[in-house]
Each structure stands twice: as C-alpha cells, then as structure tokens.
Design a protein. Structure first.
Length: 95
C-alpha cells in the first residue's frame, strides 16, 4: 500500500470482501477498495504507529490499536472517530 508514509504493520479485509484496512507507522489507518486499491478513507487520530486493525463482524466498525496506548473505534462508512479507549499501559499490538 504505497499510500502510507511509513511501514505497514497490519492489514484486514472487511466482512463484505469489498474493502481492506491497513495500519501503519505513519499513525493512520487507510481503507481501500479491494478491487482497485483506491483509498476511500484515511482514518487519522492516533499519535503513534497503528499496530492492529480489525472490522466488527457486521462490518459497521473499524477498530485500531496503537503504540500510543489507545484503541479507537471508527465508523466504517463515514470514518467518524466514535470512541477512544484509554488506560492501557503499553502499546496495543493485537485486538
């Protein structure tokens, strides 16, 4: 995924199979159309590398875990940052 400005740490395919999301050292999650590779959303909000990304089973949410010790929950359709989960004492490496 050349659209990232840093190394890619994780990739996940949406439940619909139409999109994939990638997390990067550039602190973002990119959502791309699987058939074309076009970026459809750029999810920015983490202050450090994104190490883990997952979709909810219904495909309505994207969850990201970061070296900034937070987990963010995003709306998979609008890209809205819905929740920030804090309290972790170290990097979030898996979801």
């Amino acid at each position: 995924v050349r659209e990232h400005d840093g190394g890619i740490n994780c990739v996940v395919v949406s439940p619909s199979g139409l999109f994939f999301a990638s997390g990067s050292d550039d602190k973002t999650v990119k959502v791309l159309r699987l058939s074309t590779g076009d970026v459809v959303m750029n999810l920015a909000g983490h202050s450090d590398a994104v190490n883990a990304v997952a979709y909810s089973p219904d495909g309505k949410r994207i969850i990201s875990g970061s070296s900034d010790h937070t987990i963010r929950i995003w709306d998979a359709f609008s890209g809205a940052d819905l929740h920030v989960l804090t309290g972790h004492t170290d990097k979030v490496r898996a979801l």
